[in-house]
Design a protein around this ligand. Structure first.
Ligand code: SF4
Length: 236
């Protein structure tokens, strides 16, 4: 299995060239951006995040804003009621618990302790914390979303029923130094090629490694060819 994983990692590196660099934002920036991204697209959650950054000079200023005002800034990304409440409560509780909204002290903690610390806040789950660990702290964790869950199952790397199970199983399988770049490459691959409904198996560089039972049908399907044209146009 390790050999197969390394070959898949290498094929996707050739195709997408994602890096392991952490994001530029701080811990709280990543936490809030990831919270906003729940159940929506990158595009709308990024707009909501930018709206908040523009409206409030820092995250402390957001704690003094009304829920109505916060909702207005983030309504573009959906679930604005829950997200605005969760973010405001989380920031208020952090201020109470730590006396500051600078979370840099977490960098001194072991990974397990950071999970314990951040999972106490309502609306923050394992996936969100794993994104914070990977992207704002450079820890060797492998966040799993629905794309990664689907692709790893089709490839036969895991046989799991939920992204949470995939996260648990894949943690030990993916080499630490590749975790972040492989995460980024798999998301791109899941969005562009190994789509949920009609995977473009005819264009797939991982076809020979894949254990998906219907891959031959999708390889030959006209629908896939139609989508290929769209993909190419999309890249112009
Ligand atoms: S062959 Fe098809 S199902 Fe398998 S990984 Fe490639 S796109 Fe996904």
């Amino acid at each position: 299995m390790q050999d197969k994983i390394l070959k898949i990692v290498s094929e996707l590196e050739k195709k997408y060239k994602s890096n392991n660099k952490p994001s530029k934002g701080g811990i709280l920036d990543t936490l809030i951006a990831t919270k906003l991204s729940q159940n929506t697209t990158d595009k709308t959650s990024y707009i909501a995040y930018k709206n908040l950054k523009k409206k409030y000079k820092n995250w402390g200023a957001l704690t003094n804003a009304s829920l109505r005002e916060i909702k207005e800034q983030i309504k573009v990304c959906g679930m604005a009621d829950t997200k605005s409440k969760d973010i405001k409560n989380m920031l208020n509780n952090m201020k109470k618990n730590y006396g500051t909204l600078n979370l840099d002290f977490l960098k001194k903690y072991k990974t397990e302790k950071i999970y314990d610390e951040l999972l106490q806040y309502k609306g923050i789950g394992v996936k969100t914390v794993s994104c914070v660990l990977a992207f704002s702290m450079g820890r060797k964790v492998f966040p799993v979303d629905t794309h990664i869950h689907r692709v790893l199952n089709r490839l036969g790397i895991v046989k799991t029923k939920s992204p949470e199970d995939t996260f648990e199983k894949s943690e030990a399988l993916i080499p630490g130094r590749k975790k972040i770049s492989f995460h980024r490459n798999l998301i791109k691959f899941g969005r562009e090629i190994c789509k949920a409904v009609r995977p473009l198996c005819g264009l797939c560089v991982l076809y020979d490694y894949c254990e998906f039972i219907d891959k031959e049908d999708f390889y030959n399907s006209k629908a896939a060819n139609k989508e290929n044209n769209f993909l190419i146009l999309d890249n112009i």
